[in-house]
Design a protein around this ligand. Sequence first.
Ligand SMILES: Nc1ncnc2c1ncn2[C@@H]1O[C@H](COP(=O)(O)OP(=O)(O)OP(=O)(O)O)[C@@H](O)[C@H]1O
Ligand SMILES: [Mg+2]
Length: 153
Amino acid sequence: MFSVAVKTKSSQETFAFAKRLGGKLNFPLVVFLHGSMGMGKTVFSKGFVEGLGLEDEVTSPTYTIVNEYGNPPRVFHFDLYRLRDENELYEMGFEDYLNQGATLLLEWPALALDYLLEPRLEITLSADMNTPDEREIMLATNHPEIMHILKKI
Ligand SMILES: Nc1ncnc2c1ncn2[C@@H]1O[C@H](COP(=O)(O)OP(=O)(O)OP(=O)(O)O)[C@@H](O)[C@H]1O
Ligand SMILES: [Mg+2]
């Protein structure tokens, strides 16, 4: 597994970093967004989608579970926080979103980790209590093309 860490000092910086990454990862992939509440998973998603060249408004899928952007959809943006188990994931039709040639952005992805989703980018956002506006963004992947892009970012 290749991994790299980036630090940001504001939500604007996280947005800008994600936007730059989205501009380079312009092919269907699965992005797992790990990190506790308020770490910036949605901020990251907003930047990433804009980087893909989409103008759709990106909002938190907290209540909808999934939002789609682009027509036909190029991104499915999930927040699985409210789902209790794998069965609820299956029942919300998760499998219908796979293999549609769209990018998946997954906030609170624990229930989806067992699905063999490729190519895969694991992102973990974390913060230190002493510096509330800073985040460490860890990016990890096994995928050669994504690895190549991350090495240059
Ligand atoms: N460096 C930073 N990067 C990202 N967000 C930051 C940063 N510093 C402060 N913030 C703030 O942290 C919050 C991140 O909110 P966001 O909704 O993106 O989190 P989340 O991880 O999606 O949370 P949830 O688990 O509730 O979905 C925002 O209020 C944002 O302004
Ligand atoms: Mg969120």
